[in-house]
Design a protein around this ligand. Structure first.
Ligand code: DOR
Ligand code: ZN
Length: 345
């Protein structure tokens, strides 16, 4: 088998870059490998209006090292006060590529998210009209629902009713973590896609909890049972265009991860491509990596694939830093607990 793999330069369809010193620290880790990324809007305060997204985009470009090329694809954070006209104008100008829906309280900085889904109907209807995708954090927040069931219940109670009521609405189920998520996304036709993270292909819930709590494996949606991880692996490596890469690389400084109330998020920007190549090789699907990381995302978003290529070569285990030093403090790089043999040349 060849020790070289050439693919179109990949994109990341779900990324947290933060702001300020953290943005400056983590942006090169993504821009080194990825041509574009869908930028999550859950800053404090969130990126709600087009003017917020335009200003954030400028801060990202200002933080980009001169010798790197990278295009941030901006999103807006859906609130119950979001103005459909501002959404439509931001889309028409080319500024934004999606709107992000966080159920209120579901995850990091989601307090301004949606409580009553009827209150966002005018925005959803406008999005269906103009073909603007909705990126969904698909977890209910009801206190009587077990955290491991939040995704499956969200599909039944919230997502499926929204899609039935809003024909033509294009939806990305972000960071799916369950067999139910894989199955629902796969049955939805061309208007439905799903991103899968790097870390959910590697860890299950035992990795978080067995032998002591591992805060750097804690993210949301939380990793599930092994059977769900295997379903995600099968989906990612299947070649089905429904599924594409969204790393959800989500940096938090170690002081906030290794904490009595630790933040959710795995930081995978640094080693994602090496991990994915290892995973796809293990599953006999190296020939499908380009589709997952470089082709299916642009297809869903109606964007051209990248002209540049990325070359991965196989050799001795890749050495990558355990931590990234940022101006805000150290951020631990995701540990896939296996040697990685594919390096980006
Ligand atoms: O683990 C996560 N971290 N999941 C999310 O949905 C948000 C993210 C973050 O912003 O830290
Ligand atoms: Zn995220």
């Amino acid at each position: 088998m060849s020790d070289t793999l050439t693919l179109r330069r990949p994109d990341d369809w779900h990324l947290h870059l933060r702001d300020g010193a953290m943005l400056a620290g983590v942006l090169p880790e993504t821009a080194r490998h990825f041509a574009r990324a869908i930028i999550m809007p859950n800053l404090v305060p969130p990126v709600v209006r087009g003017s917020d997204a335009a200003a954030y985009r400028e801060r990202i470009l200002a933080a980009l090292p001169d010798d790197m090329s990278f295009e941030p694809l901006m999103t807006l954070y859906l609130t119950e006060d979001t103005d459909p006209d501002d959404v439509a104008a931001s889309h028409a100008s080319g500024l934004i590529k999606a709107i992000k829906l966080y159920p209120a309280g579901a995850t990091t900085n989601s307090a301004s998210g949606v409580r009553n889904f009827d209150h966002v109907r005018p925005v959803l209807e406008r999005m269906a009209d103009i073909g603007l995708p909705l990126c969904v954090h698909g977890e209910v927040t009801d206190s009587d629902i077990d955290i491991f069931d939040r995704e499956a219940v969200f599909i039944d109670r919230i997502l499926d009713p929204i899609r039935r009521k809003t024909p033509g609405l294009r939806v990305v189920m972000e960071h799916i973590t369950t067999q139910e998520g894989v199955a629902y996304a796969g049955s939805g036709g061309d208007d439905l896609g799903a991103t899968i993270t790097t870390h959910h292909l590697v860890i299950n819930r035992n990795d978080i909890l067995v032998g002591g709590i591992k805060p750097h494996y804690y993210c949301l949606p939380v990793a599930k049972r092994e059977e769900h991880r295997l379903a995600l692996r099968a989906a990612a490596t299947s070649g089905d265009p429904t599924y594409f890469l969204g790393t959800d690389s989500a940096p938090h400084v170690d002081a906030l991860k290794e904490h009595a109330c630790g933040c959710a998020g795995c930081f995978t920007a640094t080693n994602t491509m090496s991990i994915l190549a290892e995973v796809f090789e293990q599953d006999g699907a190296l020939d499908k990596l380009e589709r997952f990381a470089s082709l299916h995302g642009p297809r869903f978003y109606g964007l051209p694939v990248n002209d540049e290529t990325m070359v991965l070569t196989k050799g001795d285990p890749v050495v990558y830093p355990e931590k990234l030093d940022t101006g805000d403090g150290p951020v631990t790089v995701f540990d896939p607990k296996m040697p990685l043999h594919w390096r980006v040349s």
